[in-house]
Design a protein around this ligand. Structure first.
Ligand code: P6P
Length: 334
């Protein structure tokens, strides 16, 4: 372990921009809160925390005990750096205000999904925490201050609570992955400069929604399923974990595409995945790793948000495949 670079040392050498001091402290706090969430998940069954609370969050989704526990851990651990002026959480309907005494240094906004894929937690399938950092124009941010397009992000990342606990991060200068050493409690750089292969033979989608998709997505999947005998001239494999962080991590390691496209039963909501704290941070990471991220007709990072819990269609991963999907949408519009 001695030769691997610890997260703290990496931040000290890797962060060279104007946000260096703020990001060093904020990322350290975020990593520490993800370690605490990992512990809460590991002991969930032992502590009787694997069930649902019966309450619903702003998304209209039944809240699991670990959703609330993870949210509370994340809020508590990330408001003391002196740089966070306000937060937005998937679990909380309004902007989370930060006490004046914790705002003495700077003005950053922290948006997060504390436990993505939580429906998997009681069946012991990987789940994650996703976060995004924006610059604030003032120290008392209102909802409108959060409504910045994804290209404005200065940092994004996720923790993945899987066969190992990993922390994957971008600050706009590539993507780097860190693995938690349980003994020391430190994250070590194990996946430097993560790059998504431009081509793939693997797609991730919830096939049960096929009949609700728009024609360009049905065409893309049909061609994948036709395999070697079809237009693509090669066979494809399929994965669906129902945990976005796990799918994205696999794509960062070996390529692939992740699709949660618009479907007719979600039209009124705008899609399934949330823009501000799921699609934007993940799209930032995917693009920084050489991939692409689209709604089918628009680059996700260029969407001008209308609300902090806004939902969008999401298709991302290996660039040549995403370009093909975008082309199919463009052909359909003619
Ligand atoms: P479905 C988890 O709830 C999530 O937001 C993503 O992490 C995941 O990819 C998707 O929803 C799973 O959706 O409809 O297959 O349950």
């Amino acid at each position: 372990m001695s030769q691997a670079i610890a997260l703290a040392a990496f931040l000290n050498t890797h962060l060279q921009n104007e946000h260096r001091e703020a990001l060093t402290l904020m990322i350290t706090d975020i990593a520490e809160s993800c370690k605490k969430i990992a512990i809460a998940i590991d002991s969930g069954a032992l502590e009787g925390n694997m069930g649902s609370l019966g309450s619903e969050n702003i998304q209209g989704e039944v809240q699991k005990a670990l959703d609330v526990i993870s949210n509370d851990i994340f809020v508590e651990a990330n408001q003391r750096s002196g740089y966070v002026a306000g937060m937005v959480s998937e679990e909380i309907s309004d902007v989370i205000e930060v006490a004046e005494k914790h705002k003495q240094h700077g003005q950053y906004l922290l948006l997060f999904d504390p436990l993505d894929g939580s429906s998997n937690v009681n069946v012991n399938i990987s789940v994650g925490t996703i976060f995004s950092i924006l610059k604030s124009s003032n120290n008392h941010p209102k909802l409108v201050d959060f409504l910045q397009p994804g290209v404005s992000q200065i940092c994004a990342g996720y923790a993945m609570y899987g066969s190992s606990t990993m922390f994957v991060l971008t600050t706009g200068n590539g993507v780097n992955g860190f693995t938690l050493d349980a003994e020391s409690g430190k994250f070590y750089l194990t996946h430097p400069d993560m790059q998504i292969p431009k081509d793939t033979q693997e797609f991730a989608v919830n096939m049960s929604n096929y009949r609700f998709w728009q024609e360009p997505v049905q065409r893309y999947i049909d061609e994948c399923l036709q395999g070697e005998e079809g237009d693509r001239g090669k066979d494809f494999n399929m994965r669906w974990v129902a945990s976005m962080v796990a799918e994205v991590h696999r794509i960062l390691i070996r390529g692939g595409v992740f699709l949660y496209p618009m479907d007719s039963k979600l039209r009124n909501q705008g899609g399934k995945l949330r823009l501000m704290y799921e699609a934007n941070p993940i799209s930032f990471i995917v693009e920084q790793a050489g991939g692409a991220a689209t709604t089918g007709t628009k680059r996700i990072l260029e969407i001008k948000p209308m609300g902090i819990h806004e939902r969008v269609p999401v298709m991302l991963g290996s660039k040549n495949e995403i370009d093909r999907i975008v082309k199919y949408h463009a052909l359909k519009k003619r």
